[in-house]
Design a protein around this ligand. Structure first.
Ligand SMILES: Nc1nc2[nH]cc(C(=O)O)c2c(=O)[nH]1
Ligand code: SF4
Ligand SMILES: [Mg+2]
Length: 247
């Protein structure tokens, strides 16, 4: 049998492959509208931002990680096998929507749906979902970055893509804003208002990758959320498993 020829770059993915950083589960969705639900995670390599506090920098930061080791071009069938029938599957990264125009992306999502999986996407909000992605995904958790994420590299722009408006209006997208202070919560409320996001679909979450850091911020953030009538979420997986990979 002749294998399909790779393109000029030997590191480029084949058409049936996606850049996979890791797939893991069972665990609990730790954050946001589905926090506490049993879930499986598929984490894609690559991000179009570079947040200072990123907890998955091994998906994009070539100054600290050997990305050729961290990210493997993986056939859709193999990724599919990593999660069981009927699971809640969280597609994350990195920035997973960098993959949405690849035919392998819609094949993966379609296959998971046919096996009864519910699909959620964690995204930084810079890329609007295409129609096919919207058909296949139940819920988008959209996390636009505030200035607490520090400067991004080169021409990277963290602005929330206005193309999310339709999914927000239809109740398909939730905002989840990482906050370091009560002032950040005010900023999140203003952002949601400016983009016409219903308050019931707005979440704030403390920044931190340790129990101590999260708990230190939680009271001020919870209090500000309650005053503004929006949702707040802790990071339950950090409480249970720390910052360990695989949860
Ligand atoms: N348990 C758990 N919940 C999560 N929610 C969002 C995550 C992410 O890394 O996108 C994440 C994660 O990595 N683990
Ligand atoms: S957008 Fe998410 S994955 Fe990308 S650098 Fe920021 S925190 Fe990390
Ligand atoms: Mg994480």
């Amino acid at each position: 049998m002749t294998l399909p020829a790779r393109s000029q770059d030997p590191a480029a993915p084949l058409p049936d492959e996606l850049p996979l950083a890791e797939a893991f589960g069972p665990t609990l969705q730790g954050e946001g509208p589905a926090a506490g639900r049993p879930a499986w995670f598929i984490r894609f390599g690559g991000c179009n931002l570079s947040c200072s506090w990123c907890d998955s920098a091994y998906t994009w930061d070539s100054s600290r990680y050997q990305l050729r080791e961290e990210i493997r071009h993986t056939p859709v069938e193999k990724i599919d096998q990593a999660v069981p029938d009927g699971a809640l599957v969280v597609l994350t990264g990195g920035e997973p929507l960098l993959q949405q125009d690849a035919s392998a992306w819609s094949r993966l999502l379609d296959g998971l749906r046919r096996r009864g999986c519910t699909l959620h996407v964690e995204t930084n909000g810079t890329i609007a979902p295409n129609d096919r992605t919207r058909e296949l995904v139940e819920t988008f958790i959209v996390s636009p970055k505030l200035t607490n994420a520090g400067p991004h590299r080169g021409r990277q722009d963290p602005a929330l893509n206005p193309g999310w408006a339709a999914a927000a209006r239809d109740g398909q997208a939730h905002l989840k804003v990482v906050c370091a202070s009560a002032e950040d919560v005010e900023t999140a409320v203003g952002l949601a208002r400016d983009h016409g996001w219903p308050q019931r679909q707005v979440w704030v979450m403390p920044e931190g990758t340790t129990v101590d850091a999260l708990n230190a911020r939680w009271p001020a953030i919870a209090d500000a959320a309650a005053r503004h009538g929006i949702n707040a979420t802790h990071r339950l997986h950090v409480l249970a498993w720390g910052d360990k990979r695989g949860h």
